[in-house]
Design a protein around this ligand. Structure first.
Ligand code: NDP
Ligand code: MG
Length: 369
């Protein structure tokens, strides 16, 4: 029995994680579930999965479990593993708390490594904690790597999102609905918009740099519209190992929370090469998807640059989702904020949160100029 808590149980990843756990009832005991505002769904989940503890933005609305904070969940050593599937920077401090308590992390939340990879990864090493990636690309790489010292290159695949075959003009005038119509994956709104601009891939490059301690020059991105090859690595001898499978987040979620074991669990269907028939690959269009270049730039600059990239992007994505700005304004905002930002090397956690706030404020101010 593995004792697990899920931060963000009401979200896209969180709900799918509970579907995985439902298929493996003898393998898991749920210690805590945590949501934000959706206490109706959280309370349904509590009824069904009977965790001891639960957390939500409004603790008074929790029914059937002891209300606690995210920090309290993450300092509870009963947990063997915590799935961090909240969206946004709220995931960062609890993850650090869990690491300091020696609890393994199944990591979906992107901000944790994009904002503070230089703090989180050394800390995990110090406390002997495993960080198992949930994101399909990193999970793929995690499965391919036997000996990291012999890896020459990471190859991250990108579906290309809804605008892959569209012109720059179409993309400029894209509606929120068009940006949210992802051809392959059904995800939360913020990450879906990031997938349309390819900022999501940029954030993944930064995560991969931290997770696998790989130089940015050794991380490639290739567009692969079918989303069957989830990512690959090239060894020094030229051998390439790719992880392949049907596009379903259930598989990487199950891999991360059951690692290093494997179970049939959620598997619905066997993979068939002949049914897939063909796999296409192409280089990314760097002019159309400028977000990708900006992410590499921020990653290479290091320090607070990725905090700036992430904060400006998230704030602008929220404005886009509210219909206040156009899709390309997101990337323009990120570029402008990065130009102005004076990079701080090795920022502390407090500095990271302060910079994050400052950049968000400045990004919102852009619209008023
Ligand atoms: P969703 O928007 O679907 O879910 C977000 C979850 O976080 C919800 O449970 C939400 O609660 C919770 N939450 C939000 N704010 C708070 C808060 N202040 N306190 C506590 N809980 C909060 O996002 P996804 O599931 O799509 O993504 C989650 C993370 O995983 C993101 O960082 C994303 O980038 C990453 N990811 C997602 C993938 C996917 O396929 N969806 C793939 C790879 C990575 P509530 O709904 O109750 O408000
Ligand atoms: Mg991904």
């Amino acid at each position: 029995m593995r004792k697990i808590s899920i931060l963000g149980s009401t979200g896209s990843i969180g709900r799918q994680a509970l579907e995985v756990i439902e298929k493996l009832p003898e393998k898991f005991e749920i210690i805590a579930l945590a949501a934000g505002g959706n206490t109706d769904l959280l309370n349904e989940q509590i009824k069904k999965f009977k965790p001891k503890y639960a957390s939500a933005a409004d603790l008074s609305k929790i029914e059937g479990a002891k209300p606690v904070t995210l920090e309290e969940i993450c300092s509870n050593k009963e947990n063997d593993i915590i799935l961090v599937a909240v969206s946004g920077k709220i995931g960062l401090r609890p993850t650090i708390t869990a690491i300091k308590n020696g609890i393994d992390i199944a990591l979906a939340n992107k901000e944790t490594l994009v904002m503070a990879g230089d703090i989180v990864m050394p800390l995990a090493k110090e406390y002997g904690v495993n960080i198992i990636p949930v994101d399909s690309e990193h999970c793929a790489i995690h499965q391919c790597i036997k000996d990291i010292s012999q890896v020459e290159k990471l190859i991250i695949t990108a579906s290309g999102g809804p605008f892959l075959k569209k012109s720059v003009e179409d993309m400029k005038n894209a509606t929120v609905e068009q940006a949210l119509a992802h051809p392959r994956w059904n995800m939360g709104k913020k990450i879906t918009v990031d997938s349309a601009t390819l900022m999501n891939k940029g954030l993944e490059v930064i995560e991969a740099h931290h997770l696998f301690d790989m130089d940015y020059d050794k991380i490639d991105v290739v567009v692969h519209p079918q989303s069957i090859v989830h990512s690959a690595i090239e060894y020094v001898d030229g051998s390439v190992i790719a992880q392949i499978g049907l596009p379903s987040m259930h598989i990487p979620i199950q891999y991360a929370i059951t690692y290093p074991e494997r179970f049939e669990g959620i598997k619905s269907k066997s993979f068939s090469f002949s049914e897939i028939a063909r796999l296409d690959f192409e280089a990314p269009d760097w002019d159309k998807f400028k977000a990708l270049s900006l992410a590499y730039e921020a990653g290479r600059a290091g320090g607070s640059a990725t905090v700036c990239l992430n904060a400006a992007n998230e704030e602008a994505v929220f404005e886009f989702l509210k219909g206040e700005i156009k899709l390309f304004d997101i990337i323009n905002a990120v570029e402008l904020m990065m130009e102005k930002h004076i990079v701080i090397k090795n920022p502390s956690l407090d500095e990271i949160f302060a910079i994050d706030e400052e950049i968000r404020l400045k990004t919102r101010e852009l619209r008023r100029q």
